[in-house]
Design a protein around this ligand. Sequence first.
Ligand SMILES: [Zn+2]
Length: 258
Amino acid sequence: MKQRLGRNQGGYRGERIEIHEVLKEIHELAHQSGWEMQKVCGHHDLIINAYVRSSCTNPLNVYFSSGIHGDEPAGPLALLEMFRQQLWPMDKNLWIVPCLNPVGCILGTRQNGQGIDLNRDYRQLLARETVSHIQWLKDCPRFHYSALLHEDWEANGFYLYELNAVDECSVSKAIIQSVGQVCPIQEDGQVDDWHSSAGIIRPSIVPQQRLDWPEALFLLQEKTHRNYTLEAPSDFELSLRIASHLAAVRTLLLNSPC
Ligand SMILES: [Zn+2]
């Protein structure tokens, strides 16, 4: 059903996921297909894993993350589906963090267990999750591009934010085109502080002027010149939101920017 369900009143009111089950299955599938597991955070009460796989043929480094907001289940489920269907290409070097906020995912909250929105904490570094993640990222090479899987409970369709610090090279239109086959695209107009046009927002942000860095701004500042933040509309059926993220991720991997 490609229309709003009308459940999201004042926030996300849709399905919750058993994040431990999702992460366990990703871990097993990744292990079976030769991925290296790296610990992003190994506290006894806070485990965050990353999965890394290198290609012998291509030097392109690509990073994906999801689950930084615990009330956005389609992202981790889409990454699980990438592993289930063996859709990760062999010709890229891949760094995948399936869930950056496991406690928030258990609680079903946007914030972590201490009430911190991790996606505003990449400059102030108040949360263990963010501190550990940045420490791990420092040991990673630079990425050719990165993509972060999110959901928006208010959206009427899929849209994305593109941050590109270097060139006009963009796969945003290709992403929107392929997602449009399976999911409505956000209509033109205002989304938070930005203007969305054909499902694409290109924010003009000077990172140094902001204190509340999201993950995307940290990545743009330190690790990559190109970031795509993918936003599925969480008032739609979960299967449709997963399909929209799958289409976006696959298009990005097939049409690597430049
Ligand atoms: Zn989000």
